[in-house]
Design a protein around this ligand. Structure first.
Ligand SMILES: [Ca+2]
Ligand SMILES: [Ca+2]
Ligand SMILES: [Ca+2]
Length: 423
């Protein structure tokens, strides 16, 4: 039998329960966005040298390469690094996310990269006759490319995007190039495997699109370059890439050729592919027409141009022949910044080594890597949403106000957190 008193207590209990449930439902998005203090630290032997990924700030003597002792004194501004360890407590990346790299050529045999190279599912396994699809000389997935298992060599038109290139004008100067090796390591060196470094994505699929060198003879225009880039971008868009990292530019401004490049980038936008490009290293304002670079100055909602900052959070700058050089900027055309100096994978005498890379060529892959990490947690984001997430989650810096659109430096934890709580 229930007395009025017990009925009252029951009513209070039920009301309180409903109140708590409603409160939890209302507050849930806010609770999950509270800063997770949990940090995830990988076991890679050289991870302690990856200061751009996480460091609390202060003075530090940094190792700059793995193959010969070399140190550099650094003053790190607190809050400037990627805050990656808190991001890794949410996600460490996924092999389902495909990040394409447009670069000169690729040392994909590197000990800390080989596991994270894209494997085209349509050119893997065995054909009806029992031959491996990757070497059977047949275009098994009917995409117009024969045996394209990890990407394509658009210079020599073959399935092997190896690091051997020529300068676009002189075929006798074939040599292995290492420009891409740092970008690959920043985006996706295999993490937590005990050796080398950790990529922003411990696991990811890197599609390798070899477009040749741009810098051996800077004064000469390579008239085939845009055609190769156009084919590479369309390949990426047609074969499942969600991000394209392009740490480069074309030195050809013929309007009809640039129009084909713009069409390819728009095509990539229609397939929800984000194109991340380095802002360039001339120390100039690329909003000014006379300083324009391409693809950087092409207008499209799926382009993110990346400026480089140093460990103090200043736009990277140095003097060369009495002239100021360093990262380009542009309040309209450069959207975001990242630290350029990253300790990561490299190539020396055909060996796998590790060292600090720099320039906007190394700042861009930081943003591409974070874009990949965000997609591993929220694969349904459109390219436009992904760009918005990256820009909204920056760490704002006074030094970047008025210089770049977002006014800040990319932050992996805030980006992943924003994507999973608000999208
Ligand atoms: Ca094929
Ligand atoms: Ca085949
Ligand atoms: Ca590793």
């Amino acid at each position: 039998m229930t007395t009025p008193k017990t009925r009252f207590v029951t009513k209070v209990g039920v009301s309180l329960g409903i109140f708590l449930i409603v409160t939890l439902i209302v507050l849930r998005p806010h609770l999950s966005s509270l800063p997770a203090e949990k940090r995830t630290v990988p076991n890679d032997s050289l991870y302690p040298s990856q200061l751009s990924f996480y460091h609390p700030g202060g003075h530090v003597a940094a190792t700059t390469r793995s193959y010969q002792a070399a140190w550099k004194d650094l003053d790190i501004r607190p809050g400037i690094t990627l805050d990656i360890e808190r991001a890794w407590s949410i996600t460490t990346g996924s092999r389902r996310v495909v990040v394409a790299l447009l670069d000169d050529g690729f040392f994909y045999q590197h000990e800390d990269l080989a596991a994270n190279i894209w494997k085209n599912p349509g050119e893997s396994g065995f054909d009806a006759n029992g031959y491996p699809k990757e070497t059977n000389g047949i275009d098994d997935d009917h995409n117009g490319y024969i045996d394209d298992v990890m990407g394509w060599d658009f210079v020599f038109n073959d399935p092997d995007p190896d690091p051997y290139i020529f300068d676009g004008t002189d075929r006798s100067r074939i040599q292995p190039y290492r420009h891409s090796v740092s970008a690959m390591g920043i985006i996706g060196a295999q993490g937590n495997n005990g050796i080398g470094v950790a990529g922003i994505n411990w696991q990811v699929s890197m599609m390798l699109l070899k477009i040749g060198a741009q810098g051996v003879k800077m004064s000469e225009i390579d008239y085939q370059r845009i055609d190769r880039d156009v084919r590479a971008i369309r390949y990426a868009a047609d074969n499942g890439a969600r991000v394209i990292n392009w740490s480069g530019f074309v030195n050809d401004d013929r309007p009809d050729k640039l129009a084909t490049l713009k069409d390819a980038i728009r095509y990539a936008a229609s397939k929800n592919v984000l194109l991340v490009a380095g802002a360039g290293n001339d120390g100039r304002d690329i909003d000014r027409a006379e300083n324009c670079l391409y693809p950087q100055c092409i207008e499209s909602e799926n382009i993110v141009n990346v400026a480089e900052v140093d460990f103090k959070g200043e736009l990277y700058e140095y003097k060369f022949d009495g002239q100021t050089r360093g990262s380009n900027w542009g309040i309209r055309r450069v959207q975001i910044a990242a630290i350029g100096d990253n300790f990561t994978t490299s190539l020396k005498d055909n060996r796998s080594v590790y060292e600090v890379s720099g320039g906007t060529s190394s700042a861009a892959p930081v943003v591409s890597g974070v874009a990949g990490l965000v997609l591993s947690a929220r694969p349904t984001l459109t390219a436009v949403q992904l760009r918005e997430v990256l820009m909204k989650s920056v760490t704002p810096l006074d030094s970047l106000k008025g210089r770049i659109t977002s006014g800040g430096v990319v932050n992996a934890y805030r980006a992943v957190n924003l994507a999973i709580t608000q999208y």
